[in-house]
Design a protein around this ligand. Structure first.
Ligand code: MG
Ligand code: MG
Length: 282
């Protein structure tokens, strides 16, 4: 059977720029609405409207059995939460995952936001720390992709970053990294080979070289790594009830370096602490 190469051509990388930017625009539209009193379905509506206004479609709706544009996961939910009539509360930690397909190519990205709560500053601070650790680990993984020889180097960098954070103020434990859910290749389909583990693995995996496009997406908890699927058959929650956070970008490695497709600056701000300057694919 013919298997599509996991490495894209320069022309194919160009085709992935616009779906990445549309995905970024959808999350930019959702971000300011993540506040108390807003339902998770309202976030979904805004994301869908933004994607359609740019002539694209929701690739989440192309996933069998899924009918929404985003996944929205609140507090102990880590990923795959379904939008609905749930009303966001002060202090909630909210992860939003979104993707767009444009002219047959895909983007995939996720953010985490903590809803302000003036009455509970310590709760907000701890949840913001969890989000910051998760986002930082994503950027560490993206930075590793710039020089990695193998995909396994990315997971090792993510795990090292999280372990270097030490003990969570929330649980008194080290942060947990989800094991059953991982990043992936992306291109014609939102989910393609290879898997991108968020931790060290014995097998280094495929080579990182020009044309590789990966969705790098650490899913981190303020406690244990064990999760279960809620009765809705989608939502992934922590067994110990601790908070979860999820950050994701779609990233291209090309002849001249790396470029983060799902943020307008190509990752310049996120990569600056690692001394890496992203370059747009030529
Ligand atoms: Mg995603
Ligand atoms: Mg993904």
């Amino acid at each position: 059977m013919f298997r599509r190469s996991i490495y894209k051509t320069p022309a194919q990388l160009q085709s992935m720029i616009e779906p990445g930017l549309i995905t970024a625009a959808a999350l930019d539209a959702v971000r300011p609405l993540i506040r108390a009193g807003v339902t998770t379905l309202e976030l979904d509506t805004i994301a869908n409207r933004t994607i359609r206004a740019r002539g694209a479609e929701s690739n989440f709706q192309l996933v069998r059995g899924y009918h929404h544009t985003i996944c929205v996961s609140v507090n102990q939910e880590v990923v795959h939460g379904i939008p609905g009539d749930h009303v966001l509360q002060p202090g909630d930690i909210v992860s939003v995952d979104c993707g767009a397909q444009f002219k047959g190519w895909n983007g995939d990205s996720a953010i985490t936001v903590v809803v302000p709560d003036e009455a509970r500053p310590s709760l907000v601070a701890m949840r913001e720390e969890l989000s910051r650790v998760t986002e930082g680990s994503m950027w560490a993984g993206i930075a590793a992709m710039a020089s990695a020889d193998y995909i396994g180097d990315i997971g090792a960098a993510i795990q090292e970053y999280i372990e270097a954070q030490g003990v969570s103020e929330v649980s008194g434990e080290t942060y947990g990294i989800l094991r059953e859910y991982v990043g992936h290749g992306i291109g014609r389909k939102m989910h393609e080979a290879p898997s991108v583990f968020n931790y060290r693995t014995p097998d280094p995996g495929p080579e990182v070289k020009p044309g590789l496009v990966l969705a790098i997406e650490p899913m981190v908890t303020a406690g244990g790594e064990a999760t279960f699927i809620e009765d809705d058959d989608w939502t992934v929650s922590t067994v110990d009830g601790t908070d979860g956070s999820h950050w994701e970008h779609s990233v291209a490695r090309h002849e001249d370096g790396i470029w983060v497709l799902t943020v307008p600056d190509g990752g310049a701000a996120g990569l600056a602490p690692f001394g890496i300057v992203p370059t747009p694919p030529a």
